[in-house]
Design a protein around this ligand. Structure first.
Ligand code: ADP
Ligand code: MG
Length: 413
């Protein structure tokens, strides 16, 4: 087994980092020892490195399953920038022959593929023609119907991997509650002893969840009080455009919209403006944020409830990646749930059950008078202290708060 003295030079040579973060080293060591693992690590914790580093150290190619071509290409670019020999095999790639030749010749550390490949017999044949070091399954919650993003294609991974039984598996996800986690282990054939969960707490994020009362005024006031780059998540494209324009006018700040309906060039331009800026606000649908590396986002606001606690955690988690104080504010109204619950009736039975559980957990979070952070962390299987001291409910508890805050709480109860 390698000791740290041998792992750290590899980390430094390939990535330029001088230390592992959190559970990264533990995960990398398991992989190098050939032990299948499910690593549950929050967004931004550095999951990619846990398969990319072993991939450069083990003989053969690491096959990476990733659900979105855009995500795959981002990863590919950053791997290549670090000098890792990587390629992707998707319908969008024109260099497939070359990639296949490189794989066969053992010249690839990483081969990115979409889950659809898993069920194709010619893909299995291709894998047989080369040497595989590791199966890395990114966004592994997609294999579970309990997860918030079930992708039936992920179910074909198990039979494929079973036919390469000696190859270790590394499943990665940011968003798995205890139930989903157990299911991911079972669906991917990973022993329960292979579960590694990183700490989910983001102590520098102050959580606040408020009733929406004249939502626009609340957002305007937030923008006036809260400096630094921020993201406001709005439920619809129309709402995004409307809020971006009106908030810009009302506050004089630079506020731009982002949603999937905007022309690609405008999306790209708004995104780069945001990444480069020190004070810009992006009003966006949830289409915005994945794969964006901006550590100094100072606030994330939700103009309406997110889809689930997992989504809430992931979206608010885009604030404060640099560790500095940041704010996550949600403005919600009972109507948000009415709509979501109406949609339940249109779903088929199997999906409805999971969705209802998710909505119930979310409504318990927003309506609770107790510590928000404790509720979040318990949801992810941790045992946090009863009070965090850095959320609205801890800071505004009767006895702590001044009169105006108490009045505000009574109004919103
Ligand atoms: P995740 O997939 O868990 O959301 P990524 O793998 O995309 O996270 O990594 C997030 C960021 O953290 C990247 O910019 C990556 O380069 C950086 N990072 C990862 N590991 C380390 C480390 N050990 N030291 C410093 N930065 C790291
Ligand atoms: Mg990732």
């Amino acid at each position: 087994m390698l000791d740290s003295a041998e792992l750290l030079p590899a980390l430094h040579t390939t990535f330029g980092f001088s230390a592992f973060r959190g559970v990264q080293e533990q995960v990398v060591r398991r992989v190098l020892a050939g032990q299948s693992t499910l690593a549950v690590m929050p967004t931004g914790a550095g999951k990619s490195l846990t398969y990319q580093l072993p991939a450069t150290m083990m003989p053969g190619t690491c096959v990476v399953i990733s659900p979105l071509i855009a995500l795959m290409h981002d990863q590919l670019r950053s791997a290549e920038a670090n000098g890792i020999r990587a390629a992707s095999l998707t319908s969008a790639d024109s260099n497939r022959e070359e990639t296949i030749d490189r794989f066969r010749a053992g010249e690839l550390d990483l081969l990115y593929v979409a889950p659809e490949r898993a069920s194709q017999s010619h893909f299995r044949e291709l894998l047989n023609a080369g040497q595989i070091s590791l199966f890395a399954i990114d966004e592994a919650h997609c294999v579970s119907e309990w997860g918030h993003d079930f992708r039936p294609d992920y179910r074909a991974l198990r039979p494929l991997m079973d036919s390469f039984a000696q190859v270790p598996r590394l499943a990665l996800t940011a968003t798995a509650d205890a139930h989903t986690r157990a299911d991911v282990l079972a669906q991917l054939g990973i022993d329960a002893a292979g579960l590694i969960v990183a700490g989910f707490d983001r102590p520098n994020i102050r959580y606040a969840i408020r009733h929406r009362q004249g939502g626009f005024t609340q957002l305007r006031d937030l923008l006036k009080e809260q400096p630094g780059p921020g993201i406001i998540y709005a439920p619809t494209r129309r709402k995004v455009e409307d809020l971006a324009q009106k908030l810009g006018e009302a506050t004089g700040r630079r506020v731009l919209p982002y949603h999937a309906g905007l022309p690609a060039e405008q999306r790209a331009a708004n995104q780069s403006a945001f990444v480069a800026s020190e004070d810009m606000v992006m009003v966006a649908t949830v289409a915005f944020g994945m794969g964006i590396d901006k550590p100094d986002v100072r606030f994330v606001a939700h103009a309406g409830v997110p889809k689930s606690i997992e989504s809430y955690y992931q979206e608010t988690g885009r604030a404060g990646r640099d560790g500095d104080d940041s704010v996550a504010v949600m403005f919600w109204a009972p109507a948000d749930f009415v709509l979501a619950r109406e949609r339940l009736s249109e779903m088929d039975e199997s999906r409805r059950k999971g969705e209802r559980t998710r909505l119930d957990a979310l409504s318990a979070l927003v309506e609770s008078p107790s510590c928000r952070r404790a509720i979040l962390l318990r949801h992810f299987g941790e045992s946090p202290p009863e009070k965090c001291g850095n959320c609205d409910n801890c800071l505004e508890a009767p006895g702590v708060a001044d009169g105006s805050v108490v009045a505000q709480k009574l109004l919103s109860a």
